[in-house]
Design a protein around this ligand. Structure first.
Ligand SMILES: *Cc1c(COP(=O)(O)O)cnc(C)c1O
Length: 404
């Protein structure tokens, strides 16, 4: 088990979470990264910064989000009492706006006039473009051309908000390639440009900054569950792509020894198929895009092609803080397959009238299996990281338009 006191001292000043994390970037970026780290460390405690961020999280993004008792889902499963943290109700439809607002306000205070971002499914791109529109900053979003094709609507949303979307034609034409291009841009334009990274991933200080901007999710859960139930949950679970919604949801509870904390990865077409994005079920220690963590790779260290029905979980590496708590045994990890997710998508919509994002549906699929094994006296909190409006077309396509 990890020593609970250490969560406040992680990462160290070079971004290490035990053996994970770090700063594996070109030398030309080191000065900018140290500058960002030092500026962030100073400004995060400043009352005027905290007040500006809190104001926009409330008035613009819609915080706090509800902690909602899922009555019919609970009755249907016959086990633990289930609560949903409704990040799906936020402006732009997911938790990503928490981080985008934080980093754009940070960029403005650093005197940067231009913001760049990368995006896979487009959710982070939309959040970044939205925050930049709000503060009048120029925004360039890098996106693989394959993702642009699959997520046409999000491309249009970004352009509506005044962002320039630059297609990336290299490699698999997806998220990993978009991150490479964003890094290249940043190396060239670091003087006036801030790179808004979208998950608890990449080089230090990003895993720390993104976690800090997302940990409000768990802090609200603590207050809300105390109000509703007078005690902490027994189990909390969230889906894990890069890891930002999960670490934001779980971080406040890491030193509660009696709580079970769970992260759910994308099992794709099953672990044996090799077509998945479950880094803790087949990944090995490696470095990808600035950061040491578990990486899906072949024996020669070539990055594996990944697959998930949900674009937001489809990445070959996982945030370093998750790797640390996985080894420490503090957070346990599981996965849900595409088939389980598609089935849970329907169950959840039918029982609760809430259409979840396919990413978030991974944690619902996990709960469908696990909640019945828990006693009725147990409290289970699930993070509903986003809403599913963006996914209905894709679900129609993969289910052959026949319904589910
Ligand atoms: C992007 C996204 C995720 C995955 O990213 P994390 O950094 O792991 O949270 C999960 N859910 C939704 C709704 C997303 O848009």
């Amino acid at each position: 088990m990890s020593n609970p006191a250490t969560r406040f001292s992680l990462p160290d000043e070079k971004g290490h979470f035990g053996p994970y994390g770090g700063m594996f970037v070109p030398e030309t970026l080191m000065t900018a990264l140290y500058e960002l780290r030092d500026f962030y460390e100073a400004v995060k405690e400043e009352p005027s910064f905290k007040a500006e961020l809190a104001h926009h999280l409330k008035e613009f993004a819609g915080r706090p989000t509800n902690l909602y008792y899922a009555e019919r889902l609970t009755e249907y499963l016959g086990g633990a009492k289930i609560y949903l943290k409704r990040e799906d109700l936020l402006h732009t439809g997911a938790h990503k706006i928490n981080n985008a607002l934080g980093q754009v306000i940070l960029a403005k205070r650093m005197g940067k006039t231009r913001v760049i971002a990368e995006t896979g499914a487009g959710q982070h791109g939309v959040a970044a473009a939205t925050a930049c529109a709000r503060f009048g900053l120029k925004c360039v979003v890098y996106m693989g051309t394959e993702d642009m094709r699959r997520q046409e609507l999000n491309v249009f949303r970004m352009r509506l908000c005044g962002a320039e979307v630059r297609g990336v034609d290299a490699g698999q034409k997806t998220l990993k390639d978009a991150i490479n291009e964003a890094m290249r841009d940043w190396v060239t334009n670091v003087q006036d440009t801030h790179y808004v990274l979208g998950s608890a991933l990449g080089t230090h200080p990003y895993p720390m900054i993104v976690r800090d901007f997302q940990k409000i999710i768990g802090e609200e859960v603590r207050r809300q569950i105390m109000e509703k139930e007078g005690r902490l949950p027994d189990v909390m679970a969230a889906c894990v792509g890069g890891g930002s919604n999960a670490i934001g949801f779980l971080w406040d509870f890491l030193d509660e020894p009696n709580m079970r904390l769970v992260g759910v990865e994308a099992g794709g077409r099953g672990i044996e198929s090799g077509e998945h994005a479950a880094r803790f079920f087949g990944g090995k220690l490696g470095v990808l895009q600035g950061c040491k963590s578990y990486v899906l790779q072949n024996p020669d260290g070539q990055i594996s092609l990944t697959h998930s029905v949900s674009a937001g979980l489809d990445y070959a590496s996982i945030g370093p803080e998750h790797a640390y708590y996985r080894d420490a045994g503090r957070i346990e990890y599981a996965y849900a397959t595409d088939d389980e997710v598609l089935s849970a998508f329907k169950t959840m919509s039918e029982l609760e009238g809430i259409i979840p994002a396919l990413e978030s549906t991974h944690v619902i699929a996990w709960a469908l299996k696990e909640a019945p094994k828990m006693g009725k006296d147990k409290l289970l909190c699930l993070n509903l990281s986003g809403r599913g409006d963006k996914d209905v077309q894709e679900v129609m396509r993969v289910t052959g338009y026949k319904g589910l």
